[in-house]
Design a binder for this molecule. Structure first.
Ligand code: SF4
Ligand code: SF4
Length: 503
């Protein structure tokens, strides 16, 4: 039996998982229009390579990653998720709490869902890790657990000895990973083997599954081969956090500002792992994912395999959308965010939509009583009450001194606070303020540099002009002197050649 360690804090919220995990994954319908944002990942947006009116096939690259060599950058290409015609390349609302607009490619689908020609690497074991990694980068795969980090960046063979496949799925309501592990265990194991090959052969590979998913655990056990271990971990939120899972499985703590790779560990989500399998063994780029649609606002909560770009409204209608919904959340209730409407598209990081018909009024926040409950549950061992004081007082320097940016927004502190203080909202706000100030500072710095460079250029060309003028003047006077000298010589010569009276 694998020895397990513990992480500090954590909570056990009600799971609400049985709402959506009782039925198999169904295929979502192809919508009449797909709206594909150019940025669906952490990093740089892709660049469109199609034009309005172009016919496209499913899986065809329509926006290339930021540079020709995809494997080098925090950028991934965007593929057409079904066949059709490009109708627009313009700004549309994308999933964001503010209803942010961002550049998108809009495709009118033809209903045929015809695949573009695609190449599998079935003999990947005979190929170098670099070739397989480049293939994965071109397939547009990002972390599908919700973070959206380009997967190929975490596939560099950098002395990695432990590969962890994250099937913890600890947030309430979300069950897409649970259903995926039950129904596609073989794909996940095959994906883990491919990742192991790309990482240059890791010593250990562990698939971690929370002990509230016995069917998924059993399915993985039956599919597993000798190299991969399947391990049950306790059901405790946020077990699925990268650093928490590493600590529980290996006893190693990933330090502040440290990446797991620096201690020889890499973590990939189960659905990302399956996407790697589909890209390498079937040649299919990432064009769809499994999404949980759940909550009181839909008649048939379930998991659906949906094409990226599908409008949320279409997906909700397939699940028996109630017209009187009050709230739509993307992600889980702990780390997700409320959306202003259902007009936005499904993107690579959309793992769950929670639709609520009624919202219980939130109790009014009362003053902090310094009970310390928030610190007891913080999985990062922070002092949330201190962070709260400084964030509220807008003393952002102090908040940073108390490691504001180590906070993973898990919401455990808000969940237990007896004064109902929305602590995590304060922390998100403070982080956004600091990022905005930093952005403004960089913009001002850049503008200053540009101004100084322009001034330097103007001064330099002014100086050069003056020097040229001075030289021209000096050349002119030199020329005049030479001319005068020539004239004098000529005059002298003429004088000497004049016949004298005696000659
Ligand atoms: S849990 Fe709430 S009341 Fe208690 S110390 Fe933290 S912020 Fe204050
Ligand atoms: S939201 Fe941040 S401060 Fe609160 S418990 Fe989670 S990590 Fe700690």
């Amino acid at each position: 039996m694998t020895h397990l360690w513990e992480f500090h804090g954590g909570i056990e919220p009600l799971g609400h998982k049985s709402l959506s995990n009782q039925t198999p994954i169904v295929q979502a319908k192809i919508p009449p229009f797909l709206v594909l944002p150019l940025l669906q990942n952490i990093g740089e947006p892709a660049q469109p390579i199609v034009q309005i009116g172009d016919k496209v096939l499913k899986g065809q690259i329509i926006a290339h990653c930021h540079a020709y060599d995809c494997s080098l950058l925090m950028s991934v290409p965007v593929h057409a998720s079904s066949s059709g015609t490009v109708k627009a390349i313009e700004s549309r609302a994308v999933p964001h709490p503010s209803g942010l607009m961002a550049p998108c490619i809009v495709i009118e689908t033809d209903g045929q869902d015809t695949w573009a020609e695609h190449t599998a690497l079935t003999d990947y074991k005979t190929l170098s890790p670099e070739v397989v990694r480049d293939h994965i980068a071109k397939a547009g795969i990002v972390g599908l657990g919700g973070a959206g980090f380009p997967a190929h960046i975490k596939l560099k063979p950098d002395s990695i000895d432990t590969l962890i496949i994250n099937g913890a799925e600890c947030e309430p309501y979300i069950t897409c990973d649970d259903r995926l592990m039950r129904e596609h265990a073989h794909d996940i194991i095959a994906g883990a083997q491919i990742i192991g090959h790309v990482l240059g052969g890791t010593k250990r590979c562990v698939i971690a599954v929370e002990n509230n998913k016995p069917v998924a655990y059993q399915a993985l056990l039956e599919a597993v081969d000798g190299w991969v271990e399947v391990v049950k971990v306790p059901t405790l939120y946020p077990m699925g956090g990268e650093k928490q899972l590493i600590q529980v499985l290996t006893g190693n703590e990933v330090g502040r500002a440290q990446l797991p790779a620096s201690i020889g560990i890499v973590v990939h989500n189960v659905e990302t792992t399956r996407a790697v399998y589909r890209a390498v063994q079937l040649g299919q780029p990432l064009v769809s994912r499994v999404i949980t649609v759940t909550g009181t606002g839909v008649e048939k909560p379930q998991n659906l395999e949906a094409l990226f770009g599908t409008p949320m409204q279409a997906l909700l209608e397939q699940c028996g959308y109630q017209s009187d919904i009050q709230r739509l959340i993307m992600g889980g209730p702990m780390m997700g965010f409320a959306l202003p409407n259902d007009k936005m598209p499904i993107i690579k990081t959309t793992n769950c939509l929670i639709v609520s018909r009624a919202i219980e009024p939130k109790p009014l926040a009362k003053p902090c009583i310094r009970c310390g409950a928030c610190a007891n549950v913080c999985p990062i061992n922070l002092l949330p009450q201190q962070l709260y004081w400084y964030s509220k007082a807008k003393d952002l320097k102090k908040a940073q001194d108390y490691h504001l940016f180590d906070c993973i927004d898990c919401g455990c502190c808000s969940y237990v606070c007896p004064s109902h203080i929305p602590l995590v909202s304060y922390f998100r706000y403070a982080k956004a303020e600091i990022r905005a100030t930093e952005r403004d500072r960089k913009t001002a710095e850049l503008a200053k540099q540009r101004y100084e460079f322009k001034k330097f250029r103007l001064d330099r060309s002014k100086k050069e002009r003056a020097e040229r003028h001075k030289k021209a003047v000096s050349d002119k006077s030199k020329q005049a002197e030479i001319q005068a000298a020539v004239e004098r010589v000529k005059a002298k010569k003429a004088q000497s050649e004049k016949p004298t009276a005696n000659s």
